[in-house]
Design a protein around this ligand. Sequence first.
Ligand code: BDP
Length: 583
Amino acid sequence: MLFPQLNEKRLLISLNGIWDFALGNETLDIEMLSAPLTAPERLYVPASYNDQKADIRFRDHYGWAYYQRRFSLPAIYDCRIVLRFGAVTHNCVVYLNGSEIARHTGGFLPFEAEIDRALLQGTNLLAVAVDNRINYSTLPVGNESSAMFGSGAPDYESVRQTKLNPQNYPNFDFFNYCGINRSVSIYTTPADYIEGVTVTTQINAASAEVLVSAALSDDGEAQVAILDRDGKEVASGTAGERIIIENPTLWQPNAAYLYTAKITYKNDCYCQKFGIRSVEVKGDKFLINGKPFYFKGFGKHEDSETHGRGIDEALNVKDISLMKWLGANSLRTSHYPYSEEMLSLCDEEGIVVIAETPAVGLNSKSYKNTAETHGRVIEDMIARDKNHPSIVMWSLANEPDTEAEEAYDYFMPLYELAHRCDPQGRPVTVVACNNNYVKDRVAPAMDVICANRYYGWYIFPGNLNAAQQAMAAEMEYFSRFGKPFILTEYGADAISGIHSAVPNMFSEEFHAEYLGTVNSVLDKYAFVIGEHVWNFADFQTIQGTMRADGNKKGVFTRDRRPKLAAHYLKERWHGIPDFDYKK
Ligand code: BDP
């Protein structure tokens, strides 16, 4: 699905702003979609609803919530008019002037609907119902209540049923922020239009072949002009045929260069940016443009004060700037597909991305329910993101139970599906975290072995000596597969302002020393081709005894102030080149 754009043939109108809002319950109430809300609250879109009000009912809401806004459009003739949502988390139903126009499942990918017929000439009423419930069949996975109470525990369940409000029990460690989390817009296209664009490139000695394929709404041909960064035409041709660019400038990590394919079809036009770069796994190396790349960076979250998981583009700019300040070159979109705006920014800034699905928290209870949704999400994510040069690998899931008997049979068809879907042939992985790593059935079968590990924190807490030995033993084990390995998570909670002369857990000193200890092991292994610290910044989670106002493993605080570990990483990462760090 194309990202909407304003150009000489297409209009783009934002519906972001203050909307009417009401909390509902567990039953979808069609009245709240077809008639104006009575005594609504006012909320900003796009943003999660949870933290916009000083009201626990918003933060802890369970079930449906309703958004409405009115709009009118000037007369637009001979055009398709499309309503598009960047992401509504997790399930939604959309009504326009009393009729259903869309339904969507999955909280992190866009959907759209043609609205020409449902539009009125005067004022239109747009209504969205959003459901935030998660369970064993959703991605991400939610626990069903009883799982929270261990066997032999007193009968808390009856207390919950009779006295407590129903609530979500995420099987993942980030706050279940919900609502209209990304932009809402209306765009137009001519009646015959460009539906989709796929760009692939092939680098030859002094030239590059570019293939721009266009999915068209009708018959006929599309024409392509390739523009350089300054908007100068450097080549042209027909969609679906190879176009040669002489002496191309490659897209490189930290030295991005983007071309634009300007596609014209009848009276339509679409400008698709792309980069020329290659990605390949060869032996135990990860090659970008033929050279061994070393991943330095983070697992992140889309998470901030007030916005929750709602898009914050100024914060995205700041985060990339802070990553560059540290000498980082890459991130993983843990644990869901990030906004299209963030991926485009990574394209522009030369930040390398591992793109992840929202499949977090998978286990034996969920495997039997999620395979179909999981496949669809992989297809939709790759269809949305395939043209981003910043993305160099797909991650199918974070920390599924990879020791479970059914894990291999669950993941291999998804691994093959991802390969089939990607026209650029990127490597595919699953981010594993099996304490009994020798029993992991999935990680070694992937193109790159990715694992999360917390020796010195959850395992051998506070004991960095033991952490070093355990990490080395694990690296010895994984080195036997002859594949590249990325440590996709390692980290320790550090509460900003807590200091300690000897490295005590939760202090900033321990945090820095912990990272240094793990890195000293990674440096010894040539097949280790990357280190992603968990996490870039502190982030909000469900309440619990393990979380002091959220997860504090950030190298930055939630308001992006550096902890001591940031200064340690800055020194380390500026000394590690993007390429050829490990021979
Ligand atoms: C890892 C998870 C991540 C958590 C992290 C932690 O992948 O989502 O936030 O642990 O506990 O296992 O901090």
